[in-house]
Design a protein around this ligand. Structure first.
Ligand code: URA
Length: 219
């Protein structure tokens, strides 16, 4: 019952905040909502499609749940859906998705549908802004459940936002990329986000090295 109460409290607090009503808890003190989540990815997806825990639910066209192999050894985590993903309801289907697919298929030499791909938040932030800490926290239990269901050998954090929301480590991506860290029961490796690589093609060389490290770790 306490979990349901916490989730309802969070939802009500967010609505009050949007109405301009001051309340005592600073946003930073929000805890992840403790909701009992289903153990099957399909049931989880159905539940997330009906999520209204944060303000991103108001402007989304589609919820973008993770997709791929439920037994994947590698789980990629991006930041948030963009316009193409919001339209299609599938992660990484725009230009950065095309690049991610090439990185997976050409460097790791596995089909995209053999890995699992998800995001920190499942709804598109307006104007592609970075998800707020509060939005990331509201959505975190869903990602955590995806991770705990799939139990990947390696989590690949795409970009600094995904890395910092997953680990609470705010070290710049350039300093941590290509290193494998412990994350609870899991291993995580940060690398550049494909959209960063599209804007900064010279960083592709480092991303290539990171992908080789991922390949070596998995095999
Ligand atoms: N960028 C992301 O971080 N995720 C997507 O799904 C698409 C673009």
């Amino acid at each position: 019952m306490k979990r349901v109460y916490n989730a309802l409290h969070l939802k009500r607090a967010l609505i009050l905040k949007e109405l301009g009503i001051e309340y005592i808890d600073p946003i930073e003190e929000f805890k992840e909502p403790e909701i009992d989540l289903p153990n099957s990815l399909n049931d989880l997806k159905d539940l997330v499609k009906k999520c209204y825990l944060c303000q991103l639910s108001k402007s989304r066209k589609n919820v973008v749940f993770g997709e791929g192999n439920s037994n994947a050894k590698i789980l990629f985590v991006g930041e948030a859906p963009g316009v193409t993903e919001d339209n299609t309801g599938k992660p990484f289907t725009g230009r950065s998705g095309e690049l991610l697919t090439k990185m997976i298929e050409n460097v790791l030499q596995i089909k995209r549908d053999k890995v699992y791909i998800s995001n920190i938040v499942k709804c598109r932030p307006p104007n592609n802004r970075t998800p707020t800490a509060q939005e990331a926290l509201s959505c975190k239990p869903y990602l955590q459940k995806e991770i705990d269901t799939i139990k990947p050998k390696l989590i690949v954090a795409l970009g600094e936002t995904a890395y910092s929301y997953l680990t609470n480590d705010t070290t710049p991506i350039g300093k941590v990329r290509g290193h494998i860290f412990n994350l609870g029961n899991y291993k995580i490796i940060p690398t550049y986000h494909p959209s960063y690589l599209l804007r900064n093609p010279s960083a592709k060389k480092e991303a290539y090295i990171d992908m080789l490290k991922i390949k070596e770790f998995i095999n």
